[in-house]
Structure formats: structure tokens, C-alpha cells
Design a protein around this ligand. Structure first.
Ligand code: PLP
Length: 374
């Protein structure tokens, strides 16, 4: 907030065609922190994803010599990359897509966590594939953690088939998962990293794409841009936000507080084994999945009850409550929050037995034909 206020009084926006004294500092800080040659600043996460896709396509034509307009991006079932047309074109959530067609061509889907399926696609269409875009931990899908070794195997396959490994770390990155990047869990280095959300410190939208020159310079001046991307105000806030993450050791903090939170949640699972199917997470990136058949209400109803008890949590799908508290949360607050969930299950749920509407006919995913989303 201090960085925001101070910068707001000096200079908030200048054309990116001209030098300002904040963007270079931001660019230096971000690239040195994550070990990439260059950064391309944008505003929202979805724009960061768009930028990465454009870069990947351009790289595909310029460096990989893919036939013009035939580049393919592979993404994962259950992915969430934002709400723009390119991003929803990769979605298998019918609610996100319905009524917004036609979708963009040039996309193929693969199951998240399935390395055999990925290799099959790479083998069949590798010459045309520019990039593999994925979340190292799927957020909106319900905090889905891939099997051990997946990230390393993705890295190997992308290198083998000359395909860009593009990590959407908008949600999983910047200490959320208990590491600086979720990719750090297997010490892999993606060819591109997309950051957003926490980069703006919860104050203003700031997103960015990191890549080396080999990739980034495939886009020349004038070919891509953003009026507000990398503006002095955003740059000042992002620098401060990166400082806080580093100086307050938020990755370590997230890792050990996450352990504490899951201990509380495992206890709740033991107390309500019929209801709670799984507790999972890394760092302060967690989910409680309920058993659809045992639970008389939806995860949404549970979140409403938690709200009445002072805790804001968001459901994903019908059965999952996602718990992603601020990284500055205290041990006591985690305990309080967990108690609220416990009390909802013990005290509120017995009174909530609202009759379930007859199961709506499931709409299969328009991509994979399965019913991921009900
Ligand atoms: C939130 C999110 C986005 C989109 O970010 P916006 O700032 O809402 O456009 C993209 N990818 C992931 C993984 C996200 O969690």
C-alpha cells in the first residue's frame, strides 16, 4: 500500500514507448528472481496467458518452422486459464463456454497428470505443436496435484519433441504452494512462466510472462502490446510485492502453515469420515473434497455456512471447498478457520438436509466427451 501511495503521487502511467524509472527495476527484479532473460508485462492473468500463447505460436513459426497458421497448443482437461476467448477455447467447463462460440481452433486436450497420453499426442502431432500449456497444480479444477515425477516427465517430453513447456503459475506461483513456483517442487524450469494474481499484491492487476531471448525475441516491437502493461504504478506495486514475498519468507511460511492447516483438516476428516473424501494440498493451496453421495448439500452451501461463521472460502464444482488463505495468515486464524468448517459439519449440516433436486442430466465435456463438471 505504501508503494502504491508513493508512486500514485509521482507517476502512474506513461507510454511504454518511453522510459520510466520503475519498469526497468521491476523487469530486473523479476527476471533475476526467476532466472529468465526477459519479461513481458501485462495486467490480468488472462492477458498473460494470451501473451504466452501468441509467443508460442510465433516461436512455432519462426524457430520451429511450423507451417503457417497450423500451430497447435496442447492443454489439459479441467484447466483454467482465464475468461478470454483463447483461454475458454481450452476449457472443458461447459458453463464457461456455452453461448460464446465459435471457439478458437488450434487446440488439443490431454488428461492432466497423464504422461503417456501426453507423449502419444506429441508423437502423433509433435511437428505442429508449439507449446504445452498447463498449471503445475490445477487450481479451479479443485487443487489437483499431479503424480510425483509428472513435472520432470513433462520437461523431458517437451525438450525431446521441441515443444515449449508453458507453466501457468498465476495461481500456484509466488509462494502459494510452499515454493516460489509450484514447478520448483520438481526443480524443473519451464520455457515460459506466467505470473499474475499475487504479483499485484492484492492491490492492482499485474501479470507477466517470463522467457529467454530465444523465445521472447520472436515477438518484435510493435507486434504485441498493452496500454497499461508494466505501467509505473503496477511496477512499483509488483516490486514491493516481490520484496515482501522474499523478505518475509512467504514460501517457507506457506509450506509450514500449510502443514498445520492440513493437520486440522485431517482431524476433521477423521471426525466426519462419511462426508470428507479427501484433504489435499501443498503449502497454503488446499482443498477439501466431499463425498457426493453422503453429502446432503453442495460445496456451495457449505461455503455459505462458513461465511456465516466468518470464513470466506470458495467452492469448485459441486463437492470441493478450496482453502487458499492469505500467506500472511496466522496459526491461530488457521485454527479458527478450521473450527468453522468443523462446526458447519457438526452443527449446521444436520439442519440443512435440504432435498437434493433430481440429478440434472450431465453435459459431457465438448472436448473429451467425459463429464468432469456435471
Ligand atoms: C486466475 C487465473 C487465471 C486468470 O487470471 P485473471 O487475472 O482472472 O485474468 C489464469 N490462470 C490461472 C491458473 C488462474 O488461477
Amino acid at each position: 500500500m505504501k508503494a502504491l501511495q508513493e508512486q500514485a503521487e509521482k507517476l502512474t502511467l506513461s507510454s511504454r514507448a518511453f522510459y520510466n524509472d520503475k519498469f526497468p527495476v521491476f523487469a530486473e527484479r523479476l527476471t533475476s528472481m526467476f532466472g529468465y532473460d526477459m519479461v513481458l508485462p501485462m495486467n490480468t492473468g488472462a492477458e498473460g496467458v494470451e501473451t504466452a500463447l501468441k509467443l508460442a505460436r510465433k516461436w512455432g513459426y519462426v524457430k520451429k518452422k511450423i507451417s503457417i497458421d497450423e500451430a497447435i497448443i496442447v492443454s489439459c482437461c479441467g484447466c483454467f486459464h482465464g475468461r478470454t476467448l483463447a483461454a475458454i477455447s481450452m476449457s472443458c467447463d461447459n458453463e464457461a463456454i456455452r453461448g460464446f462460440g465459435p471457439l478458437l481452433p488450434g487446440h488439443l486436450k490431454v488428461d492432466f497428470g497423464d504422461i503417456t497420453a501426453l507423449e502419444k499426442i506429441f508423437k502423433e502431432s509433435g511437428d505442429q505443436i508449439a507449446g504445452f500449456l498447463f498449471e503445475p497444480i490445477q487450481g479451479e479444477a479443485g487443487v489437483i496435484i499431479p503424480p510425483d515425477g509428472y513435472l520432470k516427465a513433462v520437461r523431458d517430453l517437451c525438450s525431446k519433441y521441441n515443444i515449449l513447456m508453458i507453466a501457468d503459475e498465476i495461481q500456484s506461483g509466488l509462494a502459494r504452494s510452499g515454493r516460489m513456483l509450484a514447478s520448483d517442487w520438481e526443480e524443473v524450469r519451464p520455457d515460459m512462466v506466467i505470473l499474475g494474481k499475487a504479483l499485484g499484491g492484492g492491490v492492482i492487476p499485474v501479470s507477466a510472462v517470463l522467457a529467454d531471448k530465444e523465445v521472447m525475441l520472436c515477438i518484435q516491437p510493435g507486434e504485441h502490446g498493452s496500454t497499461f502493461g508494466g505501467n509505473p504504478l503496477a511496477s512499483a506495486v509488483a516490486i514491493a510485492s516481490l520484496d515482501v514475498i522474499r523478505d518475509e519468507k512467504l514460501a517457507e511460511r506457506s509450506a509450514h502453515l500449510g502443514e498445520e492447516l492440513r493437520q486440522h483438516l485431517f482431524k476433521i476428516q477423521q471426525q466426519f469420515p462419511n462426508y470428507v473424501k479427501e484433504v489435499r494440498g501443498r503449502g497454503l493451496f488446499n482443498a477439501v473434497e466431499f463425498d457426493k453421495t453422503a453429502l446432503p448439500v453442495s460445496a456451495y452451501d457449505i461455503c455459505l455456512k462458513m461465511k456465516e461463521r466468518g470464513i470466506l472460502a470458495k467452492p469448485t464444482h459441486d463437492t470441493i471447498v478450496r482453502l487458499t488463505p492469505p500467506l500472511s495468515i496466522s496459526s491461530n486464524e488457521l485454527q479458527e478457520g478450521s473450527k468453522a468448517l468443523h462446526d458447519v459439519l457438526e452443527l449446521d449440516l444436520p439442519k440443512m438436509r435440504k432435498p437434493k433436486p433430481a440429478d440434472a442430466p450431465a453435459t459431457p465435456c465438448h472436448r473429451c466427451g467425459r463429464n468432469l463438471y456435471g
